[in-house]
Ligand binder design. Sequence first.
Ligand code: NAD
Ligand code: TYD
Length: 340
Amino acid sequence: MPNILVTGGAGFIGSNFVYYMLEKHPDYRIVCIDSLTYAGNLSTLEKALQNENFRFVKADITDREAVDKLFGEENFTAVVNFAAESHVDRSIESPEVFLKTNILGTQVLMDMARKYGNIRYHQVSTDEVYGDLPLDRPDLFFTEETPIHTSSPYSASKASADLLVMAYYRTYKLPVTISRCSNNYGPYHFPEKLIPLMIINALHGKSLPVYGDGLNVRDWLYVEDHCKAIDMILHGGRIGEVYNIGGHNERANIDVVKTVLSILGKDESLITYVKDRPGHDMRYAIDPTKIKNELGWYPETTFENGIKKTVEWYLQNEAWWQEIVSGEYMNYYEKMYKDR
Ligand code: NAD
Ligand code: TYD
């Protein structure tokens, strides 16, 4: 029976991946390790915990002893590493934990993958490792050959991890793959990120803080399409390769915010332009030709459909996000937005 270790499975993409895999491969065992930071939420995995093929372990991926113990107990056939500090704004305030989790955590996982039989290892990375593209060159896209050129402590930590993964492949022949994905959206997205933050603020009638002039462009991918791509890479990807995941769904932030308002039937007067993020990347855009040609992957969900489904999910799952925004999150919000 394939036995897959999913790290960071109590977060946004990891939890969607857990559910995707349990449904797609009912004969697989899925084990999740997550330290439940502010971004991890065990209630997200409530339904998975009822599945006998699923196990949850609360532990930190940087805790070598705990990770070693887990590998000793389980007979993993693959590792998919989602666990990370993931928010650019937080990385600007406090970079240290980003380096610890994103780089050293990756190292611990790969050391254990080597120790327990050269286990297949997949690193979930980001298009942010490529830096950004100018707005006046819509013909340019990130390919797997685009040089690494990072802007934030977050992207620098992810890029460092990617380099380490490729070093373990070359030096130790660890069977690795890396995927670099554009911005995801969908269910269980933590409310500090653009789309859920705007949905929740709009529902509360609070102002919607758009950084700078709102013209920065992101290439939005519905989270389920990302999960499908990782599953395809795990099963058919070539060892030692990087795959970009994204799907020509570029939108300026201000247009995303206006779309959310229009779906909710709220007024655009809620939009407030605030001080820009330092080092703010202008445009991300993925060229997905490699994964399309090699594995037949393409994004199935259009932005129009995906954003409607996402807003609907937040309307129907108020208890999930109310619990988050009523706790420590408000202190974060106050700190990050009060002087903007
Ligand atoms: P998230 O912040 O929602 O979730 C991260 C999860 O990792 C949380 O459950 C958290 O508790 C856990 N975690 C953090 N530090 C840990 C540690 N030291 N040990 C164990 N668990 C720990 O993040 P996300 O948006 O789901 O992103 C998942 C991965 O995908 C990350 O590696 C991120 O870099 C990458 N990624 C995200 C996006 C995006 O748009 N969100 C796009 C491309 C790539
Ligand atoms: P975010 O969701 O933080 O993802 P990333 O920085 O990894 O792309 O932000 C997406 C875009 O939205 C980014 O250009 C910053 C912008 N943004 C705002 O304008 N206001 C906000 O309150 C947030 C959180 C983000």
